[in-house]
Design a protein around this ligand. Structure first.
Ligand SMILES: C[S@@+](CC[C@H](N)C(=O)[O-])C[C@H]1O[C@@H](n2cnc3c(N)ncnc32)[C@H](O)[C@@H]1O
Length: 500
């Protein structure tokens, strides 16, 4: 019976999607939620209480999330009156939204549930921040699949949010911020968003404010890079979360499934495992099974920070399109090696190499020296892995002896570990490289990062073995072993350090 409303809403969604122009789809982030994903989202928050439940559906599109929520209210026989405010900027979508709203109201009426949906054609951010601001902050529930679009620092949307103390580099973050602002204390926000706000500096301020104001109750992750919006061509890692404004931070229920149609695995973790209380970056760590827990515990139990090892990590200094005049295809007398991610292979750096990229950096002016690192041993980690790659963290060592002991230029798609701007001791460097290539590091990294990008901040935020252990690791292998052998080597070194 309840499938009836979702079925109708799904037809309207598909029709509305077909009517979109590709420019408005990308400008306005119009990727509508399929029925089963909408049901998963609407089922996430706790049942709201009160005689009247005020719901906000910002960026309502064709109304899929409202339909899924009403379907839940009917299925669970909610006795409250449900008042939904559905806001959509695109006039061409309003007829579809109205049809879904009417279907939802009629369906609820037939089942003796009191639902009123108020459709509003408006820009959410203007509605909040305009002279005659019309949005209130007494909503019980905000349910959203916000649009995704980068916001320039100078954009009016970003400034409007900045006034409220929210730094929102993306429209999705701005929507979440306004969702939080519209809630009463104890109200809930449920959203499907990219996972990118969970770590990294880009969303740092946004994340801290969100974690300050909201307590996460439930999180759902999809293991396969998203099948959720597969019929709309969106491929990014999404999470669904529900959180309570100024709620209690005791436990969080984490569920995961392959895609939105698949079986869910559930586990409860302490809040302090989701966000380490001592973590200055406030990364949101999503451990989906005991193996993830073990990896996080193992890595966070390590004795060193990069700084205590005397090391730093920064991004490669050469942004190639900004210094084309300095790039030469092949090594020459007046150039130094230029290293790209494509030069990395099995823990070492093959240079020069035919990778379709210039292999030399020519010194033309005095100031060009700034782009170089002095001759030395460096550990580098790719900043981006391809979606197909098995590992997110791929590390290798630059060996100066194999390359004429010259200074070296690292391209900007690499993170470079150094010792105060200089090279590392070669044994320490090799140990660090092996450590970074272990499975436990990759697994730990994936608990706080949903994207293929590895930021220097991510590498700085992790803990490391001490120098003795890193050197022992280095002495255990003179080349990068197969993954299983490397993991066994690490186990052995750890065991030896315990019994020593
Ligand atoms: C990702 S879609 C989701 C639609 C719907 N909630 C769903 O789940 O199917 C985001 C919607 O937000 C709308 N939108 C984009 N910018 C907006 C704004 N500033 N104010 C209101 N709606 C906006 C888009 O037109 C689009 O319909």
């Amino acid at each position: 019976m309840t499938a009836e409303l979702l079925g109708q809403a799904e037809w309207i969604r598909v029709e509305a999607t077909l009517g979109l122009s590709s420019s408005s789809q990308s400008d306005r982030g119009q990727f509508f939620t399929p029925d089963l994903a909408a049901k998963l989202i609407a089922d996430l928050p706790a049942t709201p209480s009160g005689a009247v439940i005020r719901v906000l559906d910002p960026g309502a599109g064709s109304g899929m999330l409202t339909a899924a929520l009403v379907e839940r209210a009917v299925r669970e026989h909610w006795s409250s009156q449900i008042d939904v405010e559905a806001i959509e900027i695109d006039a061409t979508l309003i007829p579809a939204l109205r049809r879904t709203a009417e279907a939802a109201e009629a369906f609820a009426r037939q089942n003796q549930v009191d639902v009123r949906v108020h459709v509003r054609e408006a820009d959410l951010i203007q509605l909040w921040s305009g002279i005659d601001a019309e949005l209130t902050n007494d909503f019980d529930l905000v349910i959203m699949n916000p649009p995704y679009r980068k916001l320039a620092a100078s954009s009016w949307q970003r400034m409007a949010l900045g006034v409220l103390g929210w730094e929102s580099p993306n429209l999705y973050a701005a929507f979440v911020a306004l969702g939080v602002e519209c809630l009463r204390d104890g109200g809930q926000l449920v959203a499907i968003t990219p996972r990118s706000f969970a770590n990294g500096p880009y969303f740092g301020q946004f994340r801290k404010k969100l974690l300050d104001e909201m307590a996460f109750d439930r999180l759902h992750t999809f293991e396969s890079r998203s099948t959720v919006f597969s019929d709309t061509g969106v491929l990014q890692e999404n999470i669904v979360f529900s959180a309570t404004k100024n709620g209690k931070r005791n436990h969080v229920l984490i569920t995961s499934s392959q895609g939105h149609r698949d079986h869910q695995v559930a586990r409860t973790v302490d809040y302090a495992e989701l966000v380490f209380p001592t973590d200055p970056e406030q990364f949101i760590r999503i451990t989906t099974d005991g193996h993830d827990d073990d990896a996080v515990q193992f890595v966070s139990g390590m004795p060193s920070l990069l700084s205590t090892l005397g090391l730093s990590v920064s991004t490669g200094r050469v942004v190639d399109f900004r210094c084309r005049a300095n790039l030469v295809p092949k090594p020459s007398d007046d150039s130094v090696p230029l290293v790209y991610p494509g030069n990395l292979r099995q823990g070492t750096i093959e240079w020069p190499k035919a990778i379709g990229k210039d292999q030399g950096f020519q010194l033309r002016e005095e100031s060009d020296h700034k782009a170089l690192m002095p001759s030395g041993t460096y550990v580098v980690v790719k900043r981006f892995s391809s979606k197909e790659e098995r590992r997110r963290i791929v590390a290798a060592v630059w060996n100066p002896e194999k390359n004429g002991n010259s200074a070296v230029a690292f391209e900007n798609h690499l993170n470079v570990f150094h010792h105060d701007g200089h090279g590392l001791d070669p044994e320490l460097a090799w140990g660090l490289c092996l450590w970074l290539n272990t499975s436990v590091i990759d697994r730990c990294f994936r608990t706080f990062s949903g994207h293929t990008q590895v930021n220097a901040t991510d590498l700085r935020s992790m803990r490391y073995p001490d120098e003795v252990m890193l050197r022992a690791l280095a002495r255990g292998a003179d080349h990068l072993p197969d993954q299983d052998d490397l993991d066994l080597l690490l186990e052995q070194i750890m065991w030896e350090s315990v019994v020593a």
